[in-house]
Design a protein around this ligand. Structure first.
Ligand code: KG4
Ligand code: ZN
Length: 329
């Protein structure tokens, strides 16, 4: 079964064709990061316009790269939410129009659930899909959610952020440090050049809760940058101390929840899962095998949408609407 996945929920216009939920036949991404970088963050109206320009060329390129025609496509999957309303509308309307015109079934996909499915993609011959039950951690620009997944389609959210998403914290702190957008890769790059930070930033543990909070950490960085705690340390050191604090909280919470719930695997995904320190520390602390997609499949893409659709097959009608605030479960 060959599914075309379309993703336009934020600032990536992406298409992919995936066979049987695991084999990538094509993967095309038109990123708007450079454009939004000029404004220091994603501007929703700009994103919608960019998606409109890019979506048809991206879909053409997705078919061409796979050597497929429309007759080879068994279903069209599209992200219906959560995300920016104007951005989602572009993908959903294009998917509906093609489904109608070509008579191909339409499948609606939850963007957060899709992030997890980047871990089902066949990377190497030895790569088996993650075993159930598993603990899923989605750390993206807009969300930070921890879920228990018993099987495909059976998800329960056990934790979330109470304020900023992990990626949002990276982006905002990068801005404070003058490092540009998107902040995650910029902070990781500069932190890699820093020695072990003397600076120790606060962690919000929130007792035994599986929730996280990053706004206090962000404010602590602001105080450091303003010199309220003494002469500000070099930017690289502050970046490293910030990254260390975020990674410490996420890895500790995920490892604890995995232990308590008796899962078989921890499955990490979302843009922040591209972070090498998070991958390293969580794999050290996790009591069960850690699954993380290759960095290119952590950030938004069409592959995860097509893969998710294969396992979920939640078909949609042509009255499908966008759900900007759709929760993961
Ligand atoms: O999943 P994603 O592409 O989009 C959303 O669904 O939000 O995540 C984007 C987020 C941004 O906040 C970006 O700064 C962060 O992921 N990110 C990273 C890294 N690469 C991307 N954060 C930390 N380290 C990275 N290497
Ligand atoms: Zn995402």
């Amino acid at each position: 079964m060959q599914i075309l996945g379309i993703e336009t929920s934020c600032d990536e216009t992406a298409g992919a064709i995936v066979e049987d939920g695991r084999r990538v036949l094509s993967n095309v991404i038109a990123s708007q990061a450079e454009m939004h970088g000029r404004y220091g963050g994603v501007v929703p109206e700009v994103a919608s316009r960019q998606h409109l320009e890019a979506v048809l060329p991206v879909i053409d390129a997705t078919l061409a790269e796979a050597g497929c025609g429309w007759r080879d496509i068994d279903a069209i999957a599209v992200t219906a939410g959560p995300g920016l309303v104007g951005a989602l509308l572009v993908g959903v309307n294009v998917a509906k129009a093609i489904a109608y015109a070509k008579g191909i079934p339409l499948i609606s996909v939850n963007h957060l659930e899709a992030h997890l499915y980047a871990n089902w993609i066949d990377g190497q011959a030895t790569h088996e899909p993650p075993p159930f039950p598993l603990l899923g951690m989605i750390v993206s620009g807009g969300h930070t959610d921890m879920v228990l997944m018993k099987e495909h389609g059976s998800l329960r959210r056990i934790g979330r952020t109470r304020d900023d998403a992990a990626g949002e914290a990276f982006d905002k702190v990068a801005r404070l440090l003058g490092l540009g957008f998107p902040g995650g890769p910029a902070i990781e790059r500069i932190a890699a050049g820093a020695s072990v930070p003397n600076l120790r930033l606060p962690r919000a543990w929130l007792g035994d809760s599986d929730d996280v909070s990053f706004s206090g950490l962000k404010t602590a960085v602001l105080h450091v940058v303003r010199g309220e705690k003494g002469p500000p340390p070099p930017v690289a050191e502050t970046a490293a101390a910030f990254q260390e604090a975020v990674v410490d909280v996420l890895a500790t919470k995920a490892a604890k929840a995995a232990e308590r719930e008796g899962v078989q695997a921890v499955v990490l995904s979302g843009g922040v899962a591209a972070n090498g320190e998070l991958r390293r520390v969580l794999s050290e602390r996790s009591p069960v095998p850690l699954y993380v997609p290759p960095p290119a499949l952590c950030t938004d893409n069409g592959v995860m949408v097509a893969a998710c659709a294969y396992y979920r097959a939640s078909s949609a009608g042509l009255d499908l609407d966008v759900s900007p605030n759709l929760p993961i479960a």
